[in-house]
Design a protein around this ligand. Structure first.
Ligand code: TXA
Ligand code: MG
Length: 376
């Protein structure tokens, strides 16, 4: 089969349009794949991406949270390619993306009433549910676990891709393992160029941090990863909700129930610290002066309220402290920008102030390896 793909950008310096044949994509060598970056809103490109998925290939696509790196979830060989492309530890399971609520029952058994209520309330959307898996879901997709993570995203390109391919799409965030998750197609290209067949460009994502993960295999729904859907929003629908203890107490003896939460994540190349002193601006200015004096390149992750008060060449403003959605949307892009500017040391304010504060600080603390500077 030969499918025409109109590609928008292959090289970000030289924007160009050209036509590629699907056969050409598959004839590229296994070790280096010529990655096609194309407009995700063009139906022919979604068809081409769907074809790649059906053939067991890899396609990155936008979701409302972050870009995902997709493969056929029921094809263990295809799922294995995700781990190779990301450099991801094999015990870290993948989320399976579906486009139809009914498909939950094809992938999971013992779906409790609470799960049904949560699906009705939050799907399609940024909520992932952990449920007991059916036999047909390969161990390679679930990292050997007997449970499966399922989510129905709301992004129209993601939904079209799932529907058109006819496969359930296993998709972690489309970053190299450890790096900040991608919120634009350009971020995906940076990490995945040469490793995957195609990237569907849907522009910048809306939310900017990954979905909330809720475990529904016990009697009380338990949050394994905080996200845009908050504990209060979940409790509003199903009553009591717990939080995985390992998320609250950073105790090395407690293993997080979501295997991925135990790894260093979202980390920029520079050393990131969060500053929580009584006078944050003065402390950060003093650190900037110390480190620039030693010849290092320094950046600040700032709230809009304080941005003008820093004496630094690299001030990255995440948004107003009381606008959690803006801060979440800018967080990963700012961490990547620090890498692009070859920053050695990054100092960040804390952003606890809003409903999304828990999710934002979970990511920021992980990116910082839990380094927090406090008053002595
Ligand atoms: O917003 C999102 O969820 C994005 C988009 C692409 O959908 N995906 C995403 O996937 O963040 P990933 O692979 O980066 O993170 C998935 C997390 C990992 O921490 C993994 O350990 C956990 O989900 N997980 C997956 N299956 C699990 C299971 N059966 N039990 C517990 N945790 C699981
Ligand atoms: Mg990830």
């Amino acid at each position: 089969m030969r499918v025409c793909v109109l590609t928008r950008v292959v090289n970000f310096c030289a924007l160009c349009y050209h036509t590629i044949m699907i056969d050409d994509i598959f004839s590229s060598s296994i070790s280096y794949i010529d990655t096609v970056l194309c407009d995700g809103e063009t139906p022919a490109n979604i068809s081409a991406a769907a074809h790649i998925l059906k053939q067991g290939g890899l396609v990155a696509f936008p979701t409302e949270t972050v870009y995902g790196l997709g493969a056929d979830a029921l094809n263990a060989d295809a799922a294995a390619k995700i781990y190779a492309a990301k450099g991801r530890p094999s015990d870290n399971p993948l989320i399976v993306h579906i486009a139809d609520v009914e498909d939950v029952y094809k992938l999971a058994t013992n779906v409790p009433e609470q799960a049904t209520l949560l699906m009705e309330a939050f799907w399609p959307g940024p909520l992932t549910m952990i449920l007991p898996k059916r036999e047909l879901v390969p161990d390679g997709t679930t990292g050997g676990l007997k449970t499966v993570a399922i989510r129905m995203p709301s992004h129209p390109i993601a939904l079209s891709l799932i529907r058109e391919s006819g496969v359930f799409i296993a998709a972690p965030s489309a970053n190299t393992s450890g790096r900040p998750s991608p919120t634009t197609a350009e971020h995906v290209y940076e990490d995945m160029q040469g490793r995957i067949e195609m990237i569907l460009d849907g522009g910048a994502v809306g939310i900017g941090i990954e979905s909330t993960i809720v475990d529904l295999t016990g009697s009380i729904p338990t949050i394994l990863r905080p996200g845009f859907i908050t504990k209060a929003m979940l409790e509003n629908i199903v009553g009591e909700v717990a939080i995985d203890k390992a998320l609250i107490e950073p105790d090395p003896n407690l293993r997080p129930k979501a295997p991925g939460m135990k790894y260093t994540h979202y980390a920029p190349k520079g050393k990131l610290s969060i500053v929580e002193t009584s006078d944050v601006v003065a402390s950060i200015n003093s650190l900037i002066s110390d480190y620039t004096g030693k010849g290092y390149r320094v950046a600040v992750l700032a709230s809009a309220e304080h941005a003008d008060e820093y004496q630094c060449d690299n001030i990255l403003t995440l948004g107003q402290a009381n606008k959690g959605e803006t801060i979440a949307a800018h967080l990963y892009g700012a961490l990547r920008e620090c890498d692009a500017r070859s920053i050695d040391y990054i100092f960040s304010e804390s952003f606890y102030q809003t409903d999304l504060g828990g999710a934002i600080m979970n990511r920021l603390l992980k990116a910082a390896g839990q380094r927090v500077i406090r008053d002595e």
